[in-house]
Design a protein around this ligand. Structure first.
Ligand code: DAK
Length: 256
């Protein structure tokens, strides 16, 4: 299937989704977000294990679409925020691992998209930030919640209140991205991370994702109870027997 704003490349169970709306530096119009949701819905039914999300040229995503937002009233802004939240929550809860390979500008909604992914890496050319307060608004696609959970309230307040643009290395120091690469090595690095993940028990990786995502929303001792149940559930899957037998027999595990 072909999409107006996206190119989807499939390499066995590692997919790469390239956001391709160059006229507005990949800004997140309603039309683009609707397409994004359809793609996530479709590929969630396929045998994808890792989805790498990246942009084009100098932009990952330059934010929500300012031209579209400019004339919005309260109700339209609410609907727009709900659409963004729905799409990004689907990405966050996807039954596969998502890697944001941030090639350039990741501003406003662009950084919020990356925050909804499981792992973020960035090119040395990337520029990240939440500039919404310069436009008279606050982040509306999740940053007030996801950024503060990721890097702590103090740093998140600094990033959001200042509206400053961060270099990739600064974002790495704050813990927003886990790795910074040369621009031409970004996708290879993302694939390397993806290959490493899929060499492990995918059942275990997805259960770990579930434990982290569900647990972060709960009080600690409730979350630890959830971990107990999810941990025990690993013992109902062949990967646990395979992984542990392989360790004892000093062989390579043969995961399902
Ligand atoms: N929206 C719409 N168009 C954009 C855009 C954006 N976010 N970013 C860039 N463009 C368009 C430019 O208008 C220009 O279009 P033309 O003039 O060629 O028609 C084209 O892309 C190229 O941009 P520039 O000429 O500006 O390119 P430069 O290399 O000079 O600068 C830049 C690149 C990324 C530094 C600059 O374009 C820029 O500052 N862009 C805006 C970045 C930004 O402020 N992003 C945050 C957007 S606010 C909410 C929901 C969501 C949100 C908030 C609330 N609710 C519903 C409550 C989220 C908000 C945001 O994300």
């Amino acid at each position: 299937m072909s999409y107006k704003f996206f190119v989807l490349e499939k390499d066995n169970n590692i997919y790469r989704l390239i956001i391709n709306a160059p006229k507005s530096l990949n800004s997140l119009s309603t039309e683009l977000l609707n397409d994004f949701e359809k793609i996530i819905d479709e590929i969630s039914k396929e045998n994808v294990k890792v989805l790498i999300i990246t942009g084009i040229e100098k932009s990952f995503v330059a934010g929500a679409d300012i031209a579209e937002m400019k004339e919005m009233n309260y109700q339209q802004a609410l609907d727009y925020a709900k659409l963004g939240h729905r799409v990004f929550s689907k990405i966050e809860q996807a039954p596969f691992i998502t890697i944001a390979a941030i090639n350039g500008y990741a501003l406003g909604g662009g950084l919020e998209l990356a925050l909804a992914c499981d792992i973020r890496i960035a090119s040395k050319r990337a520029k990240l930030g939440q500039p919404e307060v310069s436009l008279g608004i606050i982040p509306g696609f999740g940053a007030t919640q996801r950024l503060s959970r990721l890097i702590g309230v103090s740093l998140a307040k600094y990033v959001i209140f200042s509206g400053d643009t961060l270099k990739a290395e600064e974002a790495e120091k704050m813990g927003i991205v886990v790795k910074v690469t040369e621009p031409e090595e970004l996708i290879d690095e993302a694939k390397k991370i993806a290959l490493n993940i899929i060499s492990k028990s995918f059942n275990a990786v997805i259960i770990a994702k579930k434990a982290i995502e569900q647990g972060i929303e709960m009080p600690k001792y409730e979350a630890l109870k959830t971990e107990e149940i999810l941990f025990a559930s690993c013992f109902t899957h062949n990967d646990q027997k395979n992984g542990m037998s392989a360790f004892i027999e000093r062989k390579k595990p043969n995961f399902e």
